[in-house]
Ligand binder design. Structure first.
Ligand code: DGL
Length: 273
């Protein structure tokens, strides 16, 4: 193996999302590729992303990608549908590391699954972009896609308020059922946290969580770390580390209180523990 490849292999992979949602991708990645060194960034200062403008989402993505540049990453995983939909196309060529967006990375696999009618639950900003529809139809022009925005679901998840989620989930599912989808994509990384509520009203196999497809795509595409060491990890947030710890539990066991990074100045790390 060349020295160059060896160095690249050991560099960390950065992940980001507005909050805990991207941990649904991160946890699968850690399981599939436990030797990789990883970083996770939860942008809680700007959460939720789903009601933000394109300009705001581009600026958040650039802040985080600039931060990851200082961390010498080999790749960044946009474990957030909203940022993939609104910011990825603009920022993708601005950095010298590979950037993996969740929607664009999964569309080909989902579109080639012989389905004719597919539903998508996503944030308002993702639905507004129409990127799920355009990416899926790029690979299967006959596929009919119905996207529905669920603006209350991220706040339910970030506050672990599963009780109050029940009525809203039932309303959105009833709306979607009128379209008679064969499958429904959970097009926001927070939504798989609502699986226990969703499955009160519909069978589990109706839903596609793109996270599994996504991590397999990354694994096949990325220069892998061949060491047999357990990968290191560091977790960062732009606000509310305690809240992040508390609400992350369903998907991932965050062992240490995250580092707080102030994003509007140069990245600065404050050790909280
Ligand atoms: N979890 C993110 C997504 O996949 C963003 C949710 C939000 O902050 O609104 O779209």
């Amino acid at each position: 193996m060349s020295t160059l490849n060896h160095n690249l292999n050991n560099k960390p992979v950065g992940f980001f999302d507005s909050g805990v949602g991207g941990l649904s991708v991160y946890a699968r990645f850690k399981k599939l590729l436990p030797f990789e060194n990883t970083l996770y960034f939860g942008d809680l200062a700007n959460m939720p992303y789903g009601n933000k403008t394109k300009e705001e989402l581009i600026s958040y993505a650039r802040n985080i990608l600039d931060f990851y540049k200082t961390k010498n990453v080999k790749a960044v995983v946009i474990a957030c549908n909203t940022s993939s939909a609104q910011a990825y196309d603009v920022v993708k060529d601005e950095y010298d590391f590979k950037i993996y967006p969740i929607i664009q990375s999964c569309a080909k696999v989902i579109a080639s699954s012989n389905l004719q009618r597919i539903g998508v639950f996503a944030t308002e900003a993702t639905v507004k972009s129409g990127v799920y529809t355009s990416e899926l139809q790029k690979y299967n022009p006959d596929l009919q896609v119905k996207e529905i925005a669920c603006p209350n679901w991220v706040p339910f998840v970030e506050s672990s308020d599963y009780q109050n989620a029940v009525d809203d989930v039932s309303v959105q599912l009833n709306k979607m059922k009128l379209f008679a989808p064969e499958k429904i994509i959970l097009g926001c990384t927070h939504y798989p946290y609502l699986k226990s509520v969703l499955t009160r009203f519909a069978p589990e196999n109706l839903f596609i969580d793109p996270a599994e497809i996504f991590v397999n795509f990354i694994k096949n595409d990325m220069v892998l770390n061949n060491s047999q060491m357990t990968g290191s990890e560091e977790i960062f947030v732009s606000a509310n580390p305690e809240s992040f710890m508390q609400h992350s539990k369903i998907f991932y066991n965050v062992k240490k209180l995250p580092f707080l990074v102030l994003m509007n100045t140069m990245p600065e790390k404050i050790l909280l523990h």
